[in-house]
Design a protein around this ligand. Structure first.
Ligand code: SAH
Length: 381
């Protein structure tokens, strides 16, 4: 069946697979994983989404001004800093899109200027909306160039009058000339400063800069696949490397002896620790730091680990991490990746001592060519 084609597809460039049926998209992804990984073993049939639309729980809009002074919000055209106006998107959460339009409409009456990247003049740079799929909670992050936001309380009031469903509003100060969306400082204007979502039976707190998977329905399938492959038991000591807010580790903690999570982002680690308390999990702890350095330490101390879950960013894992993994020699490694190319690179290092038992692609990002994969490796005896 042909899918509806987005009128902005050409200009925006965010979706690689516009106009291609969903079945065909899945085939393409499976084939691209096969091309990259066939040397390691069979590729399992890809796990697709029941509904490929509006899955993105996190929506980001950049704000800009046209020559005639009209304010626009949308996304950067691929490879440029030109803003393509977007009011609605096939893959984004619809409520989040509506909120961004409301923010834009309010700017004029509050005389809030949008930031100009060239001159550095103006206040509002981006708006980020994060939504809890199961809880319905909504966080609006106003990314500004300076912490002084005129009539901020009235602005929040006006925004909430249109959208009473907003649970928290945060001012994020980004005063640097950078392409990073969020700056280091958050000021809560309304609510708790974070949202919560329920995943695989656990509640998770998510702060503005913490990583959280953007497709919650597929994330449950991804984590369940990872757990099924790992076949954990009550005697296992488990490491959750690149753990974010602790999601994978917390799901694993229910069936194992002990979990240690490691994560670089301090805000995410605070979320993870709070999440462990919240879900009453006593057999999990989190360490803030580089996963490679942490694993090197474990290898030096000759600590025993049974299973390592690793879920690095797109750049893949580091040589130190992989080297230490080969010293620690866990029985199983479950490698989750959003970039099969770097994963294939890392598998080449690991295959010296490990056997690739399963390669499972999961579609987390319909309409884009991106693909998630879970790979199970077992130690060669
Ligand atoms: N497993 C989590 C997060 C995966 S995203 C989940 O499923 O939600 C990758 C995470 O790795 C991010 O939270 C990022 O902050 C973290 N990260 C990036 N580089 C890192 C490093 N060198 N050491 C530890 N964590 C890192």
């Amino acid at each position: 069946m042909a899918e509806k084609v987005c009128p902005l597809a050409k200009k925006c460039g965010g979706c690689d697979y516009q106009g291609i049926s969903y079945e065909e998209q899945l085939k393409k992804k499976e084939n691209s994983v096969r091309k990259l990984m066939k040397e390691f073993g069979e590729i399992r049939p890809i796990i697709g989404a029941d509904d490929p639309y509006h899955y993105r729980n996190k929506v980001h809009a950049v704000f800009s001004r046209k020559r005639n002074g009209e304010i626009v919000s949308g996304i950067y055209q691929e490879g440029t800093h030109k803003v393509v106006p977007v009011d609605a998107c096939q893959i984004e959460n619809e409520k989040a899109d509506e909120i961004i339009v409301s923010v834009r409409k309010l700017l004029k009456s509050f005389k809030i200027k949008v930031y100009d990247e060239d001159t550095g003049y103006g206040l509002l740079r981006h708006v980020l909306v994060r939504t809890g799929y199961m809880t319905g909670q909504i966080m609006v992050v106003l990314v500004v160039s300076s912490p002084i936001f005129p009539s901020k309380n009235n602005f929040v009031k006006a925004l909430r009058a249109h959208h009473p469903e907003i649970s928290t509003v945060v001012l994020n100060v980004n005063d640097r000339k950078t392409s990073m969306v969020l700056g280091p400082r958050n000021i809560t204007l309304y609510g708790k400063g974070y949202i919560e979502d329920r995943l695989c039976g656990c509640m998770f707190r998510i702060s503005p800069t913490s990583f959280y998977q953007i497709n919650p329905v597929q994330t449950e399938k991804l984590y369940k696949t990872a757990m099924m492959l790992a076949r954990l038991n009550k005697r296992n000591v488990v490491v959750d490397a690149y753990c974010g807010i602790g999601t994978i580790g917390m799901v694993a903690a229910k069936t194992v002896k002990e979990v240690i999570g490691v994560e670089l982002n301090a805000e995410a680690v605070r979320d993870a620790q709070s999440n462990a308390r919240r879900n009453n999990m006593k057999n999990i702890r989190f360490v803030q730091g580089d996963a490679g350095v942490f694993l090197e330490g474990m290898a030096d101390r000759e600590e025993a680990v049974d299973v390592v879950f690793m879920d690095p960013p797109r750049s893949g894992s580091s040589p130190e991490f992989l080297k230490s993994l080969l010293v620690i020699r866990p029985k199983k490694i479950v490698y989750i990746s959003c970039e099969p190319e770097t994963q294939a690179r890392d598998l080449k290092t690991l295959k010296k001592d490990y056997k690739v038992e399963a390669i499972q692609p999961v579609d987390m990002f319909p309409f884009t060519e991106k693909c998630e994969t879970v790979v199970l490796l077992t130690r060669k005896e």
